[in-house]
Design a protein around this ligand. Sequence first.
Ligand SMILES: [Zn+2]
Length: 277
Amino acid sequence: MPELPEVETMVRGVRPYVEGRPIIDVRQPRCLKKPISLTPDMRAIRKQCVGQVVSRVFRRAKRIVIELDSGHSFLIEPRMTGLLLVADPPTIDHLRFEWRLDGSDFPLLFWDRRGLGTISFVDAAGRDEVFARLGPDALEVTVDEFKTRLKKTGRPVKVALLDQKLVAGIGNLYASEILHLAGVHPETPSEKLTAARISRIHAATQEVLLTAIKYEGSTLSDGTYRNVLNQDGSYQNQHRVYDREGLPCPTCSKGTIQRIVQAQRSTFFCAKCQKRR
Ligand SMILES: [Zn+2]
């Protein structure tokens, strides 16, 4: 968590507060917790970004990109519990980074409870280098490219979907939901998938991710994920399998949702709608 829909929600939320505005200052609020990864150091970042105008904010997989007129960008990876906020944060103790912008009443904040998130400030070449390590974005990958990539691996399809080099943006929660909607068993070896089933997974990926963006992402029972105004998302109410072990399947109403562990992560599915074949 946050996955593609949550990160896209952050991007859409912060855009009106930051695009077209010059950065007045950046600072690291006093934080006694383990520091987040910040590169280069604060002095170098400040020297290069203050006075620059934010030209655009966009998403690449599970990263937020704040691009400046100079061609430099902040790359923000929320990882487990990172959030971008333009409102009072859930706690003061976990504030990690702050951007002050000319013409904005409230600073842009990066908050991270566990502190595993990262912020890096890079030039255009540095950004290309990071992007080159990622597969095509889950919302942009074509069905043919998706097919080629899935056919190259014998790993179970659920595990393959989490590989950011194969396709970027899908995480543990949405992988279970996507395979359920597509009616595909999560342990199916990717290379054994028929073209028709890969097309269904591709279509389900678009549908699940776009719907989750519409609902502003999923706020799970731990309450960590919040939108930029520190409010809950609501896609958790649309989950069909994730974290629903033992409950009846809402799709077929005959099966019971099961939980298995794949590559140390929980997978949820319905054996009735997602038959092994
Ligand atoms: Zn079912």
